[in-house]
Design a protein around this ligand. Structure first.
Ligand code: ACO
Length: 311
């Protein structure tokens, strides 16, 4: 793919690495602006259009504007002799990390954030000349990743043949999304570091990752009397699986609280009864105090005569 300008100052090295800042790696910002940046935008947009056309896509998945809004990395291979003009671009590969829910061989869901191949294109006139392999190898070394650890976004037949031929990736593990992973993807994968996920990210993955914390949070009961909803004993919504444990609490001696003579009291009734015990104890204590005070002020010996005197 040829451009009407010299690509050396725009792309620099034979393989140019571009990130969301739209500046080739290693180029100082002050030296790289204006015309150069505009030319880089032109190159990226043209490559994206050509790739979409080659794959029969309705719209490009790669463009300068999309690069700016995603944390993707673009590797652009440019002509530099070897039978290609200096103003020509041979192709590109775009990669990026994505949080995915993947299935392993046993069908278990696994959350992973692998490096994904998102777009890959070699100009039609130069395909099957080894340029794709050269670019792919550069990307693997630069990203320090093994081919079997990659996820590939909806690979074309050509790309599947490419991966089979050069990297022996043939056994795909079936997924429910558009990504393809291969045998060995999960093998000896280091366990992800245990750290509390940021709140926003957790929301993104909520449908698949209802955690223990969320489960417990739902069962926290508001204080009395806010938990006394009409028509429902107890307070907070309790899921079926938890309910038996809340209704039946085993006492240390093996008895089961909340059950008397084969009857199970609803939690609300149990709470009301324990409340009554407290108040009746309080009243009994108060009555005792008053009786004692009365006995001190009017001992039985002094009150008897006066009463008799009244008769
Ligand atoms: N038909 C079948 N297999 C092909 C073809 C083809 N037309 N072209 C390349 N391959 C595979 C073959 O395994 C081939 O080996 P072979 O010639 O012995 O059969 C091997 O790739 C050649 O390797 P390279 O020369 O290093 O690869 P190339 O430079 O052709 O780049 C690429 C491979 C990027 C897939 C290129 O063919 C291309 O741009 N295709 C069109 C766009 C495309 O399909 N991109 C992938 C989209 S999916 C995605 O990006 C996530």
């Amino acid at each position: 793919m040829e451009f009407p300008f010299d690509l050396s100052p725009v792309l620099g090295d034979r393989v140019c690495v571009v990130d969301q800042h739209l500046r080739p790696a290693g180029r100082p910002g002050a030296a790289y602006r204006g015309d150069l940046e505009q030319r880089l935008r032109t190159v990226i947009d043209e490559l994206g259009r050509a790739s979409a056309k080659a794959q029969g896509l309705p719209a490009p998945v790669t463009s300068a504007a999309r690069m700016e809004t995603n944390r993707h990395v673009l590797y652009i291979l440019r002509g530099e002799g070897r039978g290609t003009p200096k103003s020509a671009v041979i192709g590109f590969i775009k990669v990026g990390y994505k949080k995915l829910f993947l299935l392993d061989r046993s069908g278990a869901h696994i959350e992973a954030e692998p490096l994904c191949v998102l777009d890959f294109y070699i100009h039609e006139s130069l395909q099957r000349h080894g340029y794709g392999l050269e670019l792919f190898q550069h990307m693997l070394q630069s990203e320090r990743v093994e081919p079997r650890r990659l996820a590939v976004d909806r690979p074309s037949e050509k790309l599947l043949a490419f991966l089979r031929k050069h990297y022996g990736l043939a056994d795909a593990i079936p997924q429910v999304n558009n990504f393809v992973i291969f045998e060995g993807f999960f093998s000896n994968r280091p366990a992800p570091p245990r750290r509390p996920p940021p709140k926003r990210q957790e929301e993104e993955i909520k449908p698949y990752s209802l955690s223990d914390r969320e489960f417990l949070r739902e069962d926290q009961e508001p204080p009395w009397p806010f938990n006394l909803t009409p028509g429902r004993a107890g307070g907070s919504p309790v899921r079926g699986s938890l309910r038996p444990f809340l209704l039946r609490r085993d006492a240390p001696d093996g008895r089961t609280e909340g059950r008397t003579e084969g009857r199970t009291d609803p939690p609300l009734q149990r709470r009301a009864r324990s409340g009554l015990n407290f108040y009746s104890r309080f009243l009994f204590w108060g009555w005792g105090q008053l009786t004692f005070l009365n006995w001190c002020l009017y001992p039985p010996t002094s009150t008897a005569p006066s009463r008799r005197a009244g008769h």
